[in-house]
Design a protein around this ligand. Structure first.
Ligand code: AAL
Length: 427
């Protein structure tokens, strides 16, 4: 009897573990001893794979060249912008996404035209009404138009700094555009102190107009306020990036956290999502914020039924394209290189509320290190082209590598560390 009971227990335990096993490896036949084939399988093979090989089939396509969210980026200097010979007194940066209206493209951007170049945010206390601390201090929002996206004509100020003490009196910067029910809304950062004083403190504010030509009316208050004390976005809401998605306004924004005022060396950056049913708000912050754990400036566009994001500098997932089918839960879609900084993508369906978006082929971005020496600091805006579109297939954008001249690498030299390292080598 004891023998029979003992055998039954062994059998039950055996059955339990074999059920568990088949749950874990459902569809995988561990007994089939197969070698990964030479011809790329279209779907995940049903035999045991290494984690890395398995992951290959989690992407849209296992071959990166076939992945619609993989692209190289090609850059072109924009014609039509004067930078005062690069002396640092004129800067243009953080451009909006281009839109097409009245038969031409429009962009908005941060423009600084000051008597002297910025002195740097470590010296923010020395900034005056004429001396900017950072490149984005003492700025206004300007706009330009173009017929082909390469040659631009600067049209003038779109939104100027208001008088002190109104919100944004010190500087307004980093705009992006929303078209909602036939009207135009510019979201931007509004500073009431020289950037660098306590970090980069500013909330997102907004101005609205019936036409992309203006006139713009500044609401004069934060529309995406800071988080409460102790929350990740307690000190800033920056880089607004609005998209019409699921009949609402999905505004992605960035905040640097874990640092100011006294902990600069532990700096982290993430992106949040704030959703509104009206351009004036209220913007409700998503309970799962931050929704993107990497990337400096924000670059988002609707893609298929979801939202795609480009994470550039900062974070474990820097230099990746990401995708969230629900606009919230982003996952890495591709690793990319030579990515555009502060990119605004030309996205004709960003505001149509489409339920299947087509992606992008070009946009504008900035280079913050355009100066030939550090006392002439300024930024320039440029155009990039890519193939992150369902409707194009340009082989040059799908090549899997770009090569930089050795000088580019040698510019990233050791500096003062060189001596120390050479002494270490001797030992
Ligand atoms: C940018 C953005 C924000 C910062 C500064 C101006 O590239 O991240 O806008 O405040 O730099």
């Amino acid at each position: 009897m004891k023998y029979i009971i003992g055998n039954c227990i062994v059998l039950i335990i055996g059955l339990f573990y074999s059920c568990k096993d088949s749950e874990i490896n459902s569809n995988v036949d561990a007994t089939v001893d197969q070698v990964f084939p030479h011809k790329m399988p279209e779907t995940k093979p049903q035999f045991l794979l290494s984690k890395a090989t398995e992951r290959m089939f989690n992407y849209a396509t296992p071959r990166v060249q076939d992945n619609e969210l993989f692209s190289q980026f090609k850059y072109t200097e924009l014609e039509g912008f004067d930078y005062s010979g690069g002396d640092g007194t004129i800067s243009r940066r953080d451009p909006s996404r281009p839109i097409f209206a009245n038969g031409k493209y429009y962009i908005w951007y941060t423009k600084r035209h000051t008597k002297v170049p910025p002195i740097g945010w470590n010296r923010a206390e020395e900034a005056t009404n004429e001396i900017p601390s950072t490149d984005w201090d003492l700025c206004d929002l300007w706009y330009a138009t173009s017929e082909d996206g390469f040659k631009w004509v600067e049209q003038g100020v779109a939104v100027a700094r208001p008088k002190k003490p109104n919100l944004g009196w010190r500087s307004i910067a980093t705009p992006d555009i929303l078209i909602w029910k036939g009207k135009y809304y510019l979201y931007f950062q509004a500073f009431n102190e020289p950037s660098g004083t306590r970090g980069d403190w500013c909330p997102i504010s907004m101005a609205y107009s019936d036409s992309p030509e203006g006139p713009w009316i500044h609401v004069g208050k934060p529309v995406v306020p800071f988080g409460n004390k102790g929350e990740w976005d307690q000190d800033q809401t920056q880089d607004p990036h609005p998209i019409v998605y699921q009949d609402k306004i999905y505004l992605y924004y960035k905040a640097a956290y874990n640092k100011w005022p006294d902990k600069r060396d532990v700096y982290a950056v993430a992106h949040g999502l704030a959703i509104a049913e009206d351009p004036f708000g209220p913007f409700e912050k998503h309970p799962l914020n931050p929704v993107l754990n990497s990337g400096h400036e924000t670059t988002y566009f609707p893609f298929k039924e979801g939202i795609a994001a480009l994470a550039i500098k900062d974070g474990n997932e820097a230099q990746t394209m990401q995708y969230a089918e629900d606009g919230v839960n982003f996952e890495i879609a591709a690793t990319v290189e030579l990515t555009p900084t502060a990119a605004g993508c030309y996205t004709p369906d960003a505001f149509t509320g489409t339920d299947y978006a087509r992606g992008v082929t070009w946009g504008v971005c900035h280079f913050i290190n355009a100066a030939t020496s550090s006392d002439k600091q300024h930024s320039i805006i440029a155009r990039f082209d890519c193939d992150l579109s369902l409707d194009h297939n340009e082989p040059i954008f799908k090549s899997t590598g770009v090569w930089h001249r050795p000088e580019v690498y040698f510019e990233q030299g050791l500096g003062e560390l060189k001596e120390l390292r050479s002494n270490q080598t001797l030992k």
